[in-house]
Design a protein. Structure first.
Length: 364
């Protein structure tokens, strides 16, 4: 039997930021929306619903955010029948009464507001002094993050909280991509070592700031999962059990020896160093990329790609913008699909680096 996610465990930590990651459709968003709804009904504390893109908080998408809450009669239960649902209008949520699917009466005060990080500038001059719950939904993505996204989110938080300390923040994400600027920027260094069902708490010096990270236990039995998703495909493990989603990347096409390596360069990304070897054996040539567990020995001469700003001539931020013949040669391997990886995790990390390079913008 399916058991949906509950906030019971993470609420015990009483953290300022509550990062909740796990499988799709396990009830994360439902649980946090319900928590925000209770906060408003019991004490008038409003909620902020945050997404990355403006398109996700307008029209039918915005109107459907509370659909499951409405369908399960949660509003009617919490208000003792005074209201029967939540509806969306012009960037705000309101308690209301529905008759035959239409709103016939609504609360004069709004329950909450929607925010888009991509539209952050439009919110700075407005006061949100009654918001007590911030919900950042889908903060993990397997697409591109916004430029300087962590700063945009912090600006949104600042706009809402001002000088207050009574706001609780929830960040909800499906395990779709291990690359995430939030993990690095917030110093969440043990996320990938966590076991499902566990909670890690981070503290920051003498400050009162705390971050609780919960890696949700799977909410479904393996038997239930296999009903529709029993295919032999590791990409489905995120959907069925909350495992981190990884694409399948090509591994080394043939065995090679050190003497077959013509040139070595490096990619520094997401706190890792990747050693990239150009291999040539007879009529076969390719680049093989693997994790490097030691420091680069000659940082002043070796070709190094990194998103960091380093003015040395042997460094390049964007692999798609070569500045000499050697870098053009390196790029050729990527453009002709002659790149192979130690494992899928390495492939996934390099893929994320390349996405940023293709966009041709600053870090993140």
């Amino acid at each position: 039997m399916t058991q949906f996610y509950s906030l019971k465990k993470i609420k015990k930590e009483k953290a300022v930021y509550n990062v909740i990651i796990g499988e799709r459709s396990n009830g994360k968003t439902y649980a946090v929306l319900l928590e925000g709804l209770k906060t408003y009904i019991e004490g008038g504390g409003q909620l902020a619903y945050v997404r990355r893109w403006k398109e996700d908080i307008i029209g039918k998408r915005a109107s459907g955010i509370f659909n499951a809450i409405n369908e399960n009669g949660e509003v009617e239960k919490l208000t003792n029948g005074e209201y029967t649902g939540v509806y969306y209008y012009s960037g705000k949520f309101y308690l209301c009464n529905y008759e035959n699917g239409k709103v016939v009466y609504s609360d004069e005060q709004c329950l909450g507001y929607v925010f888009a990080l991509s539209d952050n500038e439009h919110n700075k001059s407005v006061s949100y002094s009654k918001i007590e719950t911030i919900i950042f939904d889908e903060f993990l993505t397997n697409q591109l993050y916004l430029q300087d996204e962590f700063v945009l989110f912090m600006n949104t938080v600042s706009t809402i909280v001002r000088q207050r300390t009574n706001v609780v923040i929830y960040m909800l994400g499906n395990t779709v991509n291990k690359f995430c600027p939030y993990f690095q920027e917030m110093g969440l260094n043990h996320v990938f070592k966590m076991k499902q069902g566990s909670i890690d708490v981070y503290k920051y010096g003498d400050s009162k700031l705390t971050v609780a990270v919960e890696y949700c236990a799977s909410t479904q039995s393996k038997k239930e999962n296999n009903f529709y998703f029993a295919f032999d495909n590791p990409k489905l493990e995120m959907i069925t059990g909350g495992a981190w989603e990884l694409n399948i990347y090509p591994h080394a096409p043939i065995k090679f020896k050190p003497k077959d390596i013509q040139f070595i360069y490096f990619i520094m990304f997401n706190d890792n160093i990747y050693q990239c070897e150009i291999v040539s054996i007879k009529d076969v040539t390719f680049t093989f990329i693997h994790i490097k567990t030691t420091e680069i020995q000659n940082e002043n001469k070796d070709l190094i790609y990194t998103l960091d700003y380093v003015p040395k001539m042997n460094y390049n931020r964007n692999i798609y913008k070569p500045i000499n013949k050697l870098q053009k040669r390196v790029l050729w391997y990527f453009e002709t699909d002659r790149v192979y990886f130690q494992n899928n995790e390495v492939g996934d990390s390099i893929s994320n680096y390349l996405k940023i390079c293709k966009r041709g913008v600053r870090k993140w």
